[in-house]
Design a protein around this ligand. Structure first.
Ligand code: ZN
Length: 261
């Protein structure tokens, strides 16, 4: 029997047969990413304000009208509405479709690079967490425990079930990354917050030994990012501007450096 030419599902690491073609799988992951990105917008907006991420439904900050489902499609609705509220024409920040598209592309890249298997249970939530944390850190310069603690719990629980043999390495990597940044934060007060230190620990739980190169990249890239290049999210503007000087980079969330306080 001749193999069907073209990109096959198993080239993506997908071991199942006959359910979906490779482009079909890619589309499903991309759509999943867009929907998760829509949820991340809610997380970025509400978690720092202490609001529920479940209820109520999103409303236009201009006129208070509840956003209809048809106007809540990731990326597409923003484009169809040309970035304006359907009711009052209040501009909707471009950040919303940007986060949705970024998450879709990130999920797609993770699926292509890592293959379609049970490891996605770690990889996709981890990628989503980084996007949410980056958005919140840029706006508020905090990394909320409300995100870090559940993610640490998920990392440990899912590892215990899916890859118990790696659990010791993951736990050690988390502890070492946490302690390394803790020492760095203590040596350079004002350079990093405790949120970064805890985030490094959570990253170790997901990445294992790979947390070391990941943090090197973050330290190299971090200083080049400025919050001003990130579109503000509607009425929730950054509560404080970035200091103009570039000091120690905000470790792993690509955010601007913290002001000494
Ligand atoms: Zn409106």
């Amino acid at each position: 029997m001749e193999a069907v030419p073209g990109l096959q599902a198993d080239q993506l690491g997908y071991s199942g047969r006959g359910l979906l073609s490779a482009p079909g799988i890619a589309m499903v992951i991309g759509l999943l990413g867009a929907m998760v990105g829509s949820f991340l917008n809610v997380v970025i907006h509400r978690v720092p304000l202490g609001e529920s991420i479940v209820t109520p439904r999103s409303r236009c900050p201009g006129c208070g009208t509840q956003i209809a489902s048809r106007d809540n499609l990731p990326v597409v609705s923003w484009l169809l509405l040309r970035g304006k509220c359907r009711t009052c024409a209040e501009p909707i920040s471009v950040r919303y479709p940007v986060v949705e598209a970024l998450t879709a592309v990130t999920f797609l890249a993770v699926g292509l690079a890592r293959g379609i298997d049970s490891d996605l249970a770690f990889e996709l939530p981890f990628a989503a967490m980084l996007i949410a944390v980056a958005g919140i850190d840029i706006d508020h310069r905090i990394v909320p425990n409300k995100i870090l603690l559940p993610m640490a719990g998920w990392g440990l629980a899912a590892s215990a079930v899916l890859r118990p043999g790696e659990l010791p390495e993951l736990a050690i990597a988390g502890a070492v990354a946490f302690l390394f940044l803790l020492v760095a934060a203590l040596l350079r007060p004002g350079g990093m917050g405790m949120g970064d230190v805890k985030l490094a620990g959570v990253m170790g739980l997901y990445l294992g030994a790979s947390v070391a190169p990941a943090m090197l990249v973050a330290f190299a890239v971090g200083p080049g990012w400025e919050s001003q290049s990130w579109p503000a999210m509607g009425q929730v503007r950054a509560s404080a501007e970035c200091p103009s000087r570039r000091s120690w980079p905000s470790a792993v969330s690509w955010a601007c450096s913290r002001a000494p306080s």
